[in-house]
Design a protein around this ligand. Structure first.
Ligand code: ATP
Length: 508
């Protein structure tokens, strides 16, 4: 066995990972005070399982983790790996190289690895127990230890030498063997105690044995009595069973009858359901008819109102026309009278003209006689004549106007008469239509009344059928329940029969 290499990271002053290779012969680590030489041997002790922070020159285990420096931040963990050459198989393990790793975190969590496999501290301690490399062995002698050895008493020194010489493992084995011997002795003491206890129980056990014997005899007697009782009970149960069987048969018959009843009720319910469906259909039809009759009635009501309104308008028109005809007639008479007057005036004017002509002739005669101022008279006569002519022209115009008016009024009268005839015809037609509509409305009302009556009677019938249906349904439900009860009773009885329930175990 040979220490090959030590790898350290985060342990005490080693913030960077360092790897120290050891070669055969003596290896010396040289450096000024406080440069970290002792930290290397501390690392070796720590990886081999050192648990005392004090012996690692710290106050708690966290102190061994790199605490930071002026240029570096502290680390969160420390890890040390020790690699040993095991070519000679000094360590009892099937590897030619053994690596032991210990890692600790600031949280206090600690991990151990043997050849990079996680393991327990105990595994490492056990492994190095016989190798002389354990943490208690004196393979590592720290600063001040030599001085301690030299200055201690002879007995203490002996202990140190013994440990260093590898006596420690035998001592440990001895301690273990002694411990086991103590345990065995303890067990022996306990056995003695139990024996003592049991000896005290012998007497009462003998009494209990005689009681048990007595008990067995009584038990045999009891068995005989029980068998007789059982024979008797079997007879009774057989009778009961026969009776139950008969009951079961009767219940079966009853069940069959009830099943038939149920079937019959179901059929009747089915037919009632169909009838109900038909009635519902009829009701729906009647409702539709009722609806259409109501709609028709509403329409007819509307039409009747329109016709009423139109009739009222026609009556008013007719009255107006009658009044207009009357007016036209009156105007015609007036105009006829005026015409007559004008004709009279015309005749008068003609007579005046004649008179004037006569007068002119007279005047001419007088003129000829030269007795009157001819010129003056002529002018006066001329103006009279012009006046008469103007009057005649205006009378003629007036007559023409009156003729035209008479013609227009006559045409208007004709037209009004015509319109009146049309209106009378339309009125007659409307009255006929109104009568027809009223008839139709009456028919619709009668039909509606009949439909309402039919609907009500169908409703009553449907109600009756519904009541029947509900009654039958409840009957059916009762029949179902009865059938269920009979069925479950039958099942129970069959189960009892099959299980030989009520019989003693032996009889079964
Ligand atoms: P000496 O010759 O005086 O014994 P040395 O070379 O053996 O000295 P060590 O005692 O091994 O040196 O190392 C001490 C150094 O380690 C100190 O400088 C100390 O600051 C440093 N040190 C110890 N623990 C830690 C830590 N947890 N984090 C950082 N540095 C640490």
């Amino acid at each position: 066995m040979f220490l090959k290499r030590l790898e350290v990271i985060g342990f005490k002053s080693f913030a960077e990972q360092i790897s120290i290779d050891f070669v055969p012969g003596v290896t010396a680590v040289v450096g000024p005070n406080g440069s970290g030489k002792s930290n290397i041997s501390d690392g070796i002790r720590w990886v081999l399982g050192e648990q005392s922070a004090k012996s690692l020159r710290g106050s708690k285990m966290e102190d061994i983790i790199f605490a930071g420096s002026d240029t570096r931040k502290p680390l969160n963990f420390a890890e040390v790996s020790l690699i040993l050459d095991n070519e000679d198989q000094h360590i009892p393990i099937d590897y030619s190289e053994v690596s032991v790793t210990r890692r600790v975190y600031r949280s206090g969590e600690s991990e151990y690895y043997l050849n990079r496999q996680a393991c327990r501290l105990k595994d490492i301690v056990d492994l190095f127990m016989d190798s002389g490399l354990g943490r208690e062995a004196y393979s590592i002698i720290g600063q001040g230890k030599v001085e301690e050895i030299l200055s201690s008493k002879a007995e203490d020194r002996r202990v140190i030498f013994e440990e260093a010489a590898g006596v420690l493992k035998y001592k440990t084995r001895k301690q273990k063997a002694e411990k086991r011997l103590d345990e065995t002795q303890e067990n022996l003491y306990r056995v003695d105690d139990i024996l003592y206890e049991l000896e005290g129980q012998v007497e009462p056990l003998m009494i209990q044995a005689s009681i048990a014997k007595d008990y067995l005899e009584k038990k045999a007697e009891l068995k005989d009595v029980e068998v007789s009782l059982m024979v008797y009970e079997i007879g009774e149960l057989h009778k009961q069973w026969s009776k139950e069987k008969e009951d079961l048969e009767a219940l079966r018959n009853d069940h069959a009858n009830k099943t038939k009843d149920v079937k019959r009720h179901e059929e009747s319910i089915q037919s009632l359901r169909e009838q109900l469906k038909d009635i519902d259909e009829d009701i729906r039809h009647l409702q539709e008819t009722l609806l259409s009759a109501s709609e028709e009635l509403e329409k007819n009501e509307g039409r009747r109102e329109v016709l009423k309104e139109r009739k009222k308008n026609f009556t008013q028109n007719r009255e107006q026309l009658m009044r207009a005809i009357e007016e036209a007639r009156r105007r015609k008479n007036e105009l006829a009278e005026e015409l007559e007057q004008e004709e009279q005036a015309g005749i008068l004017a003609k007579n005046q003209v004649k008179e004037l002509q006569t007068s002119i002739k007279e005047k001419e005669a007088l003129l000829a006689a030269g007795e009157i101022d001819l010129e003056k008279e002529l002018d006066r006569l001329k103006s009279d004549y012009i006046e008469v002519l103007n009057e005649q022209a205006s009378l003629r115009n007036e007559k023409r106007y009156i003729d035209e008016q008479l013609r227009l009024q006559g045409a208007k009268h004709e037209r009004l008469l015509h319109e009146n005839e049309h209106l009378i015809e339309a009125r007659a037609e409307l009255e006929e239509r109104q009568a027809n509509q009223q008839q139709l409305v009456k028919e619709c009302e009668t039909e509606l009344d009949e439909a309402i009556k039919a609907y009500r009677s169908e409703q009553a019938r449907a109600e009756q059928l519904r009541r029947d249906y509900e009654k039958n349904e409840s009957k059916l439900y009762e029949a179902y329940q009865l059938s269920q009860r009979i069925q479950s009773r039958k099942d129970v009885l069959e189960e009892l029969q099959a299980d030989f329930s009520g019989f003693f175990q032996g009889v079964k």
